[in-house]
Each structure stands twice: as C-alpha cells, then as structure tokens.
Design a binder for this molecule. Structure first.
Ligand code: ACO
Length: 333
C-alpha cells in the first residue's frame, strides 16, 4: 500500500477589524513605540470588539472562509481540532462550538491546549488521523481572543498580544508531500513563568482571585525569553539534522510570532537567511495559536508545490516543537 502523508490543501486566516497600535497603548500604560518595536518587533495588533464574542467566533470566521475557498461542504469534514489558550468556556470545547456554528454536526471535534505551541500539537495530532487512513478531511484551527485575558494595566504583557485565527484543511497525499516529521516537547517546570493562574479547578473564580488579577495572563519575560530562544532553535536545528536538510534545502521558516529577537535567533542557528523567514508580528502581535496559520495565509501566494517548510513554536507549559513539511500545491490567493 502507498504511504499516506497528511498534506495541507487549503489555508485561511481571519483577523478582526479593530487595530490597536502602539500609540494607543501609550495612552493606556507607561510605554512607547520605540521600546515595543525594538524589544518585540510589534507595531500593531487586532482586537475583537463587541459583546458576546469569543475565540469560537474568530475560529468560525476562519473555518467558514476555508470551506468556501476549498469548495468543501461542512458535511464532508470528518474531524475538527481546535487549538486555543482562550476557549469560549472550559466546556463545551471550542471545537464543538465551531463545528456547530459551521453546520458540521455528528463529527469528531476536540480542543488541544499547548498555549503558543497549540497549532503544532494540533497539526501533528491531526496528521496521524490522516496517515492511518482513519479520516480524509480534517480541519485544524488555531484561534485566540488574547484580549480576553490581557491586563491592559500591565505594560509587560499588554503590548505583546493580539486576537486572530487561522485554519487549514488536511487531506491524504500519495506523492510524498505534506507532513514529513514532527518534534514536540514540554517542560511543566516552566509553568510558573507563564500562566493564567485562576479560573480552573485549582483556583476557581472568586472575589479573591479577581482582586488579585489572577484571571489575566502572567509572564516573567526574561526566563521565558531565554527558554524560547534555546528551545525553538534546538528543535529547528534537530529536525533539519535528522532529515538531512541544509539551509539551502529549506524554502521557508514559519516561526511562532512572539518576539522578533527569538525568531532571529532561530533562523541564525538554522543558517536560514531572513528572506526565507515568514514574519507578520509587526501587524498582528502574538496571536498565540493563530500565528503560524496566519503566516502561511499571508505568504500563501509565494508558496510552491514541493517547498520544504520548517514550522517552529514555543509557548506556555512550557511547550515547544517543530514540524517539517513539504508544501503540497502551487498557491493562488
Ligand atoms: N514599555 C516600556 N518598558 C517596559 C515595558 C513596556 N511595554 N515592559 C517592560 N518594560 C521595562 C521593564 O519594566 C524593565 O524595566 P527595569 O529595567 O526598570 O525593571 C525593562 O523594560 C526591561 O524588561 P525586561 O522584561 O527585561 O525586557 P525584555 O528585553 O526581556 O523584553 C519581553 C520583555 C518582550 C516580554 C521578552 O522578555 C520576551 O519576548 N519574552 C518571551 C515571550 C515569549 O516568547 N512568550 C512565549 C509565548 S506566549 C504564550 O505561550 C501565551
């Protein structure tokens, strides 16, 4: 029997209209455009405004766009995996909510939580269902309404995050294109440096947790920065080595967009020039699970069938990883 690879056959991103730029943040906290751009590379980010809107609305917009673009009917979908760090609620899962909103009843749908590495964890999981022949059409969507857990009085985090979503369609490929290799790692010891402390079973919501501002994302930037630089570069180098890829073989590095300095360190270690690095952090900030599919969406028109892509991410947990894939189609946006 011919080997089945899981290949991306369509991509769609969605970002809300409202632009929160560095100038507006200067009015909220003691910061400035020069600090934010030089330390992170971020100029603006998108924010989902309005009542009763959650991550599932971002994800639904991306998935509906994907279905339209790929001429796929909701009833053709076998599985929908949603990666999110900001689920609409603890349960039902955001994947179930999205499946319902797009009109895909009766399908397998579940969430994956690996913070900023969530999209890679979800893509890797989804690819197994294709490679084993279990399913034929799988959607992976990364969506995060980070503004729902950002403290806009905390200058150390509020400048970093934005809202957004990206969705891919995965299908079987018999030409050797698609996902080739995956490395996924974690270190729970990093949990104390990057977390949303309250709202789960350990510290359920109470007046005390709200007064202590424990429902917001907390980050101790320096240890996270150090771990991110080392880990993302390590796994990107490792996946190249074990697949005999030289820097020339790599057409694109698709890095999680948390900080331009982390991305630069990763591409330097890989020996990949900056002209091959997908970067959109300046206009969206860190959209957590949305960053990698949003990059692929922004760069889709430049991707060619057979291109070698290395995807790499680092996030809360700590979690990190890389995926090596061969792009499966010549793209037109
Ligand atoms: N504006 C102005 N000054 C600021 C700001 C700001 N927005 N934020 C912090 N500062 C100040 C600090 O208070 C500090 O001042 P001090 O020296 O007087 O104490 C100074 O700037 C330096 O602060 P550092 O935290 O050392 O700044 P650093 O260069 O480390 O940059 C940053 C901070 C951008 C957060 C960086 O640490 C980083 O990118 N960390 C990793 C982020 C990441 O990869 N996260 C993982 C993914 S996210 C996820 O999984 C949800």
């Amino acid at each position: 029997m011919k080997k089945i690879n899981a290949a991306i056959t369509g991509i769609k991103g969605y970002v809300p209209d409202y632009v929160l730029d560095n100038k507006e943040l200067e009015k909220l906290v003691d910061t400035n455009d020069e600090w934010i751009v030089s330390r992170t590379g971020i100029k603006e980010r998108r924010i989902l405004k309005g009542e009763n809107k959650g991550s599932s609305d971002l994800g639904t917009a991306a998935v509906n766009g994907l279905l339209k673009k790929t001429n796929t009917l909701p009833e053709e979908i076998d599985l929908l995996i949603c990666a999110t760090a900001t689920p609409d609620m603890l349960f039902p899962s955001t994947a179930c909510l999205i499946a319902n909103k797009i009109g895909a009843g009766n399908i397998c749908a579940f969430d994956i939580m690996a913070a900023c590495s969530g999209f890679l964890y979800a893509l890797s999981t989804a690819s197994k269902f294709i490679e084993t022949g279990t399913y034929k059409k799988v959607i992976v969507v990364g969506c995060d309404k980070m503004s729902s857990i950002v403290d806009y009085t905390d200058r150390t985090t509020c400048v970093l995050f934005g809202d957004g979503a990206g969705a891919i369609l995965l299908e079987p490929n018999f030409e050797g294109l698609g996902v080739q290799d995956t490395i996924l790692r974690s270190d729970g010891g990093g949990g104390e440096f990057l977390r949303q402390k309250a709202g789960g079973s350990l510290h359920p919501a109470s007046h005390k947790t709200i007064d202590a501002r424990e429902h917001f994302v907390y980050q101790d930037g320096q240890p996270v920065f150090k771990a991110a630089v080392k880990s993302m570069a390590d796994v990107s180098e490792e996946i190249m080595k074990r697949n005999d890829l030289t820097a020339d073989d790599v057409a694109w590095l698709v890095p999680h967009q948390a900080n331009k300095r982390i991305i630069d360190a990763t591409s330097r270690r890989m020996g990949v020039g900056e002209e091959k690095v997908m970067l959109n952090i300046e206009k969206y900030g860190n959209t957590t699970t949305g960053t990698i599919p949003l990059c692929l969406w922004d760069w889709e028109s430049q991707l060619k069938k057979g291109d070698n892509l290395v995807l790499a991410a680092f996030g809360g947990g700590f979690t990190w990883g890389s995926i090596y894939l061969k792009w499966a189609y010549d793209s037109k946006k």
